[in-house]
Ligand binder design. Structure first.
Ligand SMILES: NC(=O)c1ccc[n+]([C@@H]2O[C@H](COP(=O)([O-])OP(=O)(O)OC[C@H]3O[C@@H](n4cnc5c(N)ncnc54)[C@H](OP(=O)(O)O)[C@@H]3O)[C@@H](O)[C@H]2O)c1
Length: 244
């Protein structure tokens, strides 16, 4: 995809991977819109990057997703890229009765929201001569870590949905990307850490960003980054057999 002169909506741009993409796309001469729940973070980012457009939105809320879509269509109809990035990662002990509110929050944020936003934006994106829909999944889509089973299941589902969506949009202008991060050093799962200053560990964010931008530039539609390559190997041969 062309990485400049776009208008890009990134969900979850207040930290980590979403913020890194937002700052890089700004640098490359794009109009960048981010959303998140933390108003104070959005305000600080707006001061740091006056051209950045910030919107408060909890993507786990259906009505707020619809409002976000309507705001974009009204105020930024030139938007031609949607990046579904926002996500949360919770530990869940499946040997104890599940707290379904918590389970639903994780599934709503990581799976229902990107599915819903993708479906809302599909027609709009397809009306553009060049457009992209980028879903951020995870290497854990391919090989789960058992202490965060719901998270891994949502990412496996995002991988599957992205393949189907790419197929459904194949005769349109919309390029459907899946960026598959490995463990990357962000705030993800910080609520699990007793020492909040402790790093998440994993791939340095700048290394992740360089490899991911390269994939986008070169139209690598399904892009495992760093160690995700090993996790994904040899899992996908059956898709084409089943769809052709
Ligand atoms: N870091 C990793 O190791 C790793 C590995 C594989 C995949 N990923 C994926 O990469 C994506 C970004 O995560 P990250 O590592 O950058 O984590 P992060 O630093 O915790 O960032 C998560 C972002 O999502 C936003 N968010 C969460 N819930 C939201 C909601 N209900 N509504 C709106 N925004 C929401 C947060 O904003 P607010 O809190 O302001 O709402 C924040 O901007 C996620 O989908 C994650 O699963 C990360």
């Amino acid at each position: 995809m062309n990485t400049s002169n776009n208008t890009i909506l990134i969900t979850g741009g207040t930290s980590g991977i979403g913020l890194a993409f937002a700052e890089e796309f700004l640098k490359l001469g794009n109009t960048v819109i981010i959303c998140g729940r933390r108003v104070e973070r959005l305000n600080v980012l707006k001061i740091k990057h006056p051209k950045l457009i910030t919107l408060v939105c909890d993507i786990a809320d259906t009505k707020q997703r619809e409002d976000l879509f309507n705001t974009i269509l009204k105020d930024h109809p030139e938007t031609n890229i949607l990046m579904n990035n926002a996500g949360i990662q919770l530990a869940t002990d499946l040997t104890q009765p599940a707290n379904l509110d918590r389970v639903r929050e994780e599934i709503e944020t990581n799976l229902v929201a990107p599915l819903h936003l993708g479906s809302l934006f599909a027609k709009h994106l397809a009306s553009k001569s060049e457009s992209s829909l980028i879903n951020i999944s995870s290497g854990l889509a391919f090989v789960p870590i058992s202490f965060m089973p719901v998270y891994c299941a949502t990412k496996a589902a995002i991988h599957s949905l992205t393949m189907s969506l790419r197929h459904q949009l194949k005769n349109t202008s919309v390029k459907v990307f899946e960026i598959i991060p490995p463990s990357t050093d962000t705030e993800l799962g910080h609520q699990r850490r007793t020492d909040k200053t402790q790093s998440h560990g994993g791939m340095p964010l700048h290394e992740f960003l360089a490899e991911a931008m390269d994939a986008l530039k070169n139209d690598v539609l399904e892009a495992p980054i760093g160690q995700s390559k090993g996790l994904r190997a040899k899992r996908e041969e059956m898709f084409h057999l089943m769809n052709h």
